[in-house]
Design a protein around this ligand. Structure first.
Ligand SMILES: [Zn+2]
Length: 167
């Protein structure tokens, strides 16, 4: 290739990708080839802009500010808390009004979780009412702790009222 002869466009663009080569050196001095390269750069820029529009520079800051201002989905969480509270209350009521036998079975399950299961299982084999006497304390404690957890959750939810101006 002589200096006056323009390279093939394919060779020119291949060397443009690589970043160096005799065709590129020629294009730097040749107005025709540099015009072609400039046109190619513009087209490439337009293509990139079409395929991947740049986000505004302040996008992240804007999003973070909106996230900070946006109230959490309070209504839904409140309903979840209320339903959990209702379920635990009904469970407690159901425990209280169910018969001795059911209490004994539940007592076995709970008591084996909170204390030595083997000896309590032996107690159940000896007599259900004896187990209820043993397990009544753990059951009450568990129910009370469930209730307090629910109440605490509700209080925390209610503690952050939604900003009315945002609605
Ligand atoms: Zn040329």
């Amino acid at each position: 290739m002589t200096p006056t002869q323009c390279p093939e466009l394919e060779v020119l663009f291949t060397e443009l990708e690589v970043g160096e080569g005799p065709a590129l050196e020629h294009a730097a001095a040749c107005p025709l080839c540099s015009a072609i390269l400039e046109e190619h750069r513009q087209l490439e820029k337009d293509l990139y802009r079409l395929a991947d529009p740049l986000p505004p520079p302040a996008l992240v800051a804007t999003v973070m500010a909106r996230v900070a201002v946006e109230p959490p989905p309070l209504r839904r969480e409140l309903w979840a808390g209320v339903s959990i509270l209702a379920v635990s209350l009904f469970t407690g009521l159901g425990l209280l009004i169910s018969n001795d036998r059911a209490l004994s079975h539940l007592g076995l399950a709970l008591a084996s979780l909170v204390s030595d299961g083997k000896s309590l299982a032996l107690d159940l084999a000896n007599g259900g009412s004896a187990l209820w006497n043993i397990a009544a304390g753990p059951i009450t404690a568990i129910l009370l702790s469930m209730l307090f957890v629910c109440l605490f959750g509700l209080k925390r939810l209610a503690g952050s009222p939604p900003p009315l101006t945002e609605a």
